[in-house]
Write a protein that binds this ligand. Sequence first.
Ligand code: ARG
Ligand code: ASP
Length: 756
Amino acid sequence: MKLDAMLPGLLVVVACGGGQGARGPVTAAAGAGAGVIAEPPAAAVDPHLEARRAYANPGGMWMPQQMTLPGHAEAFRKLGVQIDPKTLADPLAAPLGAIVRLRGCSASFVSPDGLVVTNHHCVQRALQLNSKPDQNLVEHGFLAKTRADEPSAGPAERVYVAQAFTDVTSAVTGGLADIADPVARKDEVDRRIKQQVAACEKDRPGIRCNVAGYLRGGLFVLIEELEIRDVRLVYVPARSVGNYGGEVDNWRWPRHTGDFAFFRAYVAPDGKPADHAAENVPYRPRHHLKVSDQGVHPSDFVMIAGFPGRTTRTKTALEVQHDVEWFYPYFIDHAKQQYAIAEAHLKSPGETAIKAGVLKQSFQNRLEKVSGVLKGLTTGDLLARKARLDQQVVAWAAAPGRDGHKAAIARLEQLILDEQRTARADFDRQMAFGESQLLSSAIQLTRWAEERAKPDAERKAGYQERDLAPAIASHKQLTKQYDATLDRALFRLALVRALALPPEQRPWLPLLLGVKATAKLDEQLIDRTLDGWYRATRLADEALRLELLQKGTSKSVAASRDPFLRAAQRVWKLYKAEERRADTRAGELILVAPVYADAMREVLGGLLAPDANSTLRITYGTVKAFTPAEAPFTTGAQILEKDTGSEPFDAPAALLAAIRARQFGSYANADGELPVNFLSDLDTTGGNSGSAVLDGRGQLVGLNFDSTIQGVASDVVFDGSIVRKIHVDVRYMLWVMDKVDGADHLIEEMGLRPRL
Ligand code: ARG
Ligand code: ASP
């Protein structure tokens, strides 16, 4: 709407500007400078340019199979996209077949030898792991000159390559309404999902299967992935390039961050996934992306394929209202205290300071995001839009002949209200049980001991044989991350916050602390108790945890004298009772929640993309700044203006010198400037980091790495006029590789030529 209204102005401004705007000082040597582009640019020859400029992105993180919906073909035609959207419907064909999932990030293959490109901020664990006291890779980055120099990125790194997608909705949900007891219904769903996974993984080592739920339980898809577990570090620019601007610029535009890095996937000589080993060879993917050396222009069509984590657009207005009134503010309040703890330990002795730094960054990132979502929802008209859509959904279900829908939605509202009544007590309890890595390990080990006694197929999901190796890996990871001082401080915070609950809402607290239900609880008691626990515990010892994980029995765990295991024992019954309460709820929801999503899809004429759930999605739109007068690109010259010489604005001397000398070669744009980052109106969220940004031919023109804070409420209500995403331009990436870091061999491996 808004965008259409601005249209006439938009056309004038962009057409006059010519190129990519945002100019730093333009020197004579720059060639085609600002005013030089007298002839009308692409507009005259491109009949679709106006349509692209006018495009108001309606949003949508589309499942590949949804790309056959007629609306997309129409949009692609209008935007002048070369490829047919149907080529994006097959997740195993090019280009989607080249898109891979990492743990928590997205990535893609860019060479026939398993070279994987992702974000700099997605490879931090691997850098930490490979750093030595005299070799700080986190700070200086890394470049393997030859394949023999590519070290393991760590035992927990993974590259997941999709092999098959199968709709298993009827197998998972068929006949559920006939099961009267909600817990039994939930158990049945779990059992069916486990069955699907077991059948899929049977006799197929290296294949990992999971069942993903979409549309509030209205659709289930079995996803098979090749799980590559020998992942190696290939090339990462220095921190002062890859995280240029650091936390100051995080979530913000204009941006000048080289947020890219390379891994390589390795497999055994027989082509099967294997643990890291010298004889392993680079994986040969079926598809890899063609890397463009041309980049994109303002208003160009772009799309992203990746793995967005979580959005809540199919929530009801009632749920969103509760989030706005209670959840986000409460979460933010806690997160601020967590942040303060991390900050208070930045100068602590030993490793604590380093770990506090890592924590601080992640608390800050999350805090800013959630604050941005809340602000976005409460300042514009997004909530009103949510309410309107919700009313349409309810009205649709109230029409004659839809009694089933109507009743289901009424029941859903009831369940939501029930949940909201205990939301704070539930949140505080979950934080208290989850904040300490030692307590959550103790609870998890207690569960493993209990489940291991059962036949594999009957065990709770997450505690089967297939889960043992990942559990071992995560305990090894825990050892590297754990810090007693920080663990205690965060645990203490959660317990102290729970003190404020009325005692009847926190029966677990005296149990956990090992005092009588009638005892007076206060901060002193918590401090004394925790002092004792952290002094006596041995659970920080990896060998002990691994021993318990693999051999513990309910008896041996119950006999342990470790204070954290004893605490877990004391709350165990209550813990499981709460879990049952949650299962009851889930068992009720599975019958009614999908109905709401279904009605929403009807209201939207079939064009509803399911909420993000960490599965492969496609979003498309255009390269676009906030206003038509602004440039959607930043330039190298701007780095010179921004650089202060101190962190986080401390670009390497060689990079600054090359920009000063304007050695951009053919990486320059039409104005002779070096493009660094660009904006689009694409629909992404956390998890989309590292996603390939593709042009209309499916070639890689950039990498997604951030969102602008003004638009993050799109997780709840998408508004294409305010949503802007930040990408690193492929030309900047190539230029840094070529001119600054000498990664020529990788440029060649991607099928391009170094030019500087
Ligand atoms: N805000 C981005 C995301 O949510 C980037 C975070 C990493 N970069 C940083 N400067 N903290 O993950
Ligand atoms: N930075 C986010 C990520 O790591 C992406 C985003 O929130 O835009 O996935």
